[in-house]
Each structure stands twice: as C-alpha cells, then as structure tokens.
Design a protein around this ligand. Structure first.
Ligand code: URA
Length: 443
C-alpha cells in the first residue's frame, strides 16, 4: 500500500525512499511524517521502515532539530509559567540503579531553585523514578496540576508522573523502535529526549548521557556525539543545555530495586552514600544550579556539599515526601521501607579484579524478581532488589560475597544467583575504577 495524502501532495513512500537513499529530508516532509503518524494515518510498517532508514543513513542537525520540534508539538506543552524562577530539568538516557532524581531534586530545591519534575515509570531493564517514589508509603505521584504548582511555589519541589497528552509521537515511535532494533540511533534518541524536555516546559536542561555496557551508547565517541547533538538542539530551541557523559559500566551506587534505591538515596542525603552516586549527584546539582544563575561551578560544588553536610537537603526531602502525602518517618528508620522475605548472599565463582558488571543482566534479574516490568500494565514488588557489594576495581576471591538479593519468590533464587554471577566480569590484572563523570559538554 502506498499512502497518498492529496492535501499535502506528499507520500510517506517517497519520504522513506528518500531517506533510504541517504538524502536530506525537508522540514515539510518531517512535519508531514510526525503529523500523520500522530493522527494515526501512517501504517506501523511504513513508520518502521523510515525509522530503519534514519537509523542507517542518519540525519543532519537541521533534520534532527526539525524532528525534535515537530515531536515536541505533537501533543500538549506543559505550562509552568505559574511557577516562579528559572526551572531547570534533568534527564538521564537510562541506567540501572539510577536514583539521582530522588537526591538532586531536594538538594537543588534547598537552594530555593524550583524543581518541577515530570518523571516516568520503569520499563524493561531500566527503572523509573515514579516507581521508586511510590515505594514510600502514602506517596502520591498523581497530584493535580494545581497542587503540583502550589508545592513548587511553596517548598520548591514536586515530582509527578507524566499525565496529559505529552509528546504522543514519541510514544508511538518509541514503541516501534523497541521492537525493530532502532533504539540505538543518535538522531532518534536526541529527538526523543529533547522533545520530551521541551514539552515538559523547562527553561534549561541538564542531561546525563550514560556511556558503557549498560547504556545505549557503548563508547565515549558515540556518547559524546549524542551529547553534542542534544546541546545543539537546546541552542536551536533557546533552552540552555548542558550534558554530562557518565560511566554506566556498572550499576550506579550499590542498590538496585525500588525501596532499596530509596534507602540508598536517603543514605546519600545523610552524607554516607557510595562515592560514585554522591559524585554524580554533586555534579548534576552543580550544573542545574549554575544554569539557574546561582553562582559559578566552583562555588556551587562546595555549597552543594555543604547542603548535604548541614542536613538541609535531607530536611527538604522530608518536606517533599510529606507534601505529596507520604510518611517521612522512614527517613530516620529505614527499616520501615518495604522489605523482602528472603535475603540471600551471592558469592563469586571466580577470582580476580572486577572489570565490569553487566547492568542489563542486573536490571533483568530485578524484573524476574518482580521489581520491574515487561509490560506497561505489570504490577511491581517494591521490596525486591539487588545490593551490589563488589564494584569495578575490587579484588574478589572464589567464595567472596559479591552481592545480596532481596527476594520474595524462593523458587527463583537459583536462577537469579546464576544471573548475578554471570553479570560479573573479572580480570587477572589490576583494574582502575574510572571517575563517574567522564566529561561535561556545553554550548
Ligand atoms: N531515553 C529516551 O527518552 N528516549 C530514547 O530514545 C532513549 C532513551
């Protein structure tokens, strides 16, 4: 079937053929594709063919910016004009154990900078902020827009789940990319991320571009290209954008799983979180505050550490939880968080220095235990998860404990144990653990 749209005098067939042959698409063609896709006038097989052509042939920055803007305007644009101050949003390209939003939201808010965040749920091997927050008793992520605005104007922070018809084109495209092996494309990831940030209504954006075995971008070269592309799109749409390129060759921090990640976030806000998690949060918060005009990077890095040491960030976290209906007593007694029935220690079956930990394998183990979803409708078990006790660079002997699983289904223990052991890669040589933040890309 060749879809023919008389009014536009354009055919999706011709657009596919043009990109297949490596030619530049015009603004009209990109607009036509996104509009007709959103209106349900393009068959999945034709949209998928175009996605594959883009994956293979790429797009130049003009095409990517145009695709981003069309996607951003395919649905509602969130209106944050009733919130006072410069709104800086943060986005990660997806990782395992990434609980940074839970830490930096109150941390940045403690400086009086508004954090008005719409976040997502986890799908597949990566987790979502909303699921983590919902593991806190009573926490409501579906408060009204009025309450959201009011909370940000009074305590400077609110995090809600995405509602309304934000970027419907991305929902359709992402679902197709997921099943047609076209996720790992720089133009498509850049347009997907930036269209959501534009529609989310932020004034400025900090991006966390993950790089490594557990990320879409496996090498520093491709991660840098993606970061540069998104920073350029930000410039085009007049939203100052800074991108951090960060290490995803192992889970971030030690805890993976919803309630376990909340626990680690609180420990980090108390000043005793794992070093990689603390370092990345300090840098993300510093960049957000810098974009909000709060000072120089050097000054802010020191002040961010002081906000943690003084307990102000932790107090802001308590306020944030209570303002959204949650009980905050768990902050002083972490045993009150949901707990799994069995805690099983996993030991190493090899000797050597940990070279890498396959984060995809760890994320999948969490899904099998019930802590993540395969389908959007799946219910999740907040209490289950994995604590990674040995990280990249650590020396391990056979029989040493490398991880701990928190699980409710005892029949799955053997399968999960094997999966975790398989996720660890060892080297006979000493392995240096690199810094969590590889580089920072700005305009
Ligand atoms: N995150 C997104 O939001 N979109 C992508 O395409 C990849 C990661």
């Amino acid at each position: 079937m060749r879809l023919w749209f008389k009014e536009a005098n354009m055919r999706i067939y011709d657009i596919i053929a043009k990109k297949r042959d490596g030619l530049e698409l015009t603004e009209e063609e990109i607009k036509f594709f996104i509009t007709e896709l959103t209106n349900g006038n393009i068959a999945d097989y034709q949209a998928s063919a175009l996605l594959m052509a883009i994956y293979i042939r790429g797009m130049n920055i003009k095409e990517i910016s145009c695709l981003t803007k069309e996607m951003a305007h395919s649905g509602d644009i969130s209106d944050l004009s009733k919130i006072n101050g410069i709104k800086v949003d943060k986005h990660s390209t997806g990782g395992v154990g990434d609980k940074t939003t839970l830490i930096i939201s109150p941390l940045v808010a403690a400086f009086g900078v508004p954090v008005a965040k719409m976040a997502g749920r986890g799908l597949g091997h990566t987790g979502g902020t909303i699921d983590k927050l919902e593991s806190i008793e009573g926490f409501n992520t579906a408060i009204s827009q009025e309450e959201f605005v009011n909370n940000v104007n009074t305590i400077n922070v609110s995090v809600v789940s995405q509602t309304g018809n934000l970027v419907p084109a991305d929902k359709k495209l992402y679902a197709l990319r997921d099943v047609t092996a076209t996720v790992e494309s720089i133009p498509l990831i850049a347009a997907s991320v930036m269209s959501k940030k534009i529609a989310g209504g932020a004034d400025a954006i900090v991006l966390d571009v993950k790089c490594g075995s557990g990320a879409f971008m496996k090498t520093l070269g491709t991660a840098t290209e993606l970061a540069n592309t998104m920073v350029q799109i930000g410039k085009e749409v007049n939203k100052r954008t800074v991108a951090l390129i960060t290490n995803m060759n192992e889970p971030l921090g030690c805890n993976v799983g919803n309630a376990l990640e909340v626990r680690e976030a609180v420990e980090t806000l108390k000043g005793h979180g794992p070093k990689d998690l603390e370092d990345i949060c300090i840098e993300l918060a510093t960049q957000m505050l810098c974009l909000a005009g709060k000072g120089t990077e050097e000054e802010l890095r020191v002040q961010v550490k002081e906000k943690i040491a003084s307990g102000e960030a932790l107090n802001k976290f308590r306020e944030f939880v209570e303002a959204q209906g949650g009980k905050s007593d768990f902050v002083d007694n972490l045993e009150l968080l949901p707990k799994a029935e069995y805690i099983v220690k996993i030991t190493s079956d090899e000797e050597g220095y940990v070279k890498a930990i396959d984060t995809e394998e760890i994320g999948e183990a969490l899904v099998i235990m019930g802590g993540g979803r395969n389908k959007k409708e799946d219910k999740i078990d907040y209490s289950v998860g994995i604590i990674v006790n040995k990280k990249v660079g650590d020396f391990v002997s056979v029989g040493d404990e490398i991880a701990e699983i928190h699980i409710n289904n005892s029949e799955k223990i053997a399968e999960i144990t094997q999966k975790i052991q398989k996720a660890y890669y060892y080297s006979k040589e000493i392995v240096q653990n690199s810094d969590i933040v590889y580089s920072i890309i700005k305009e």
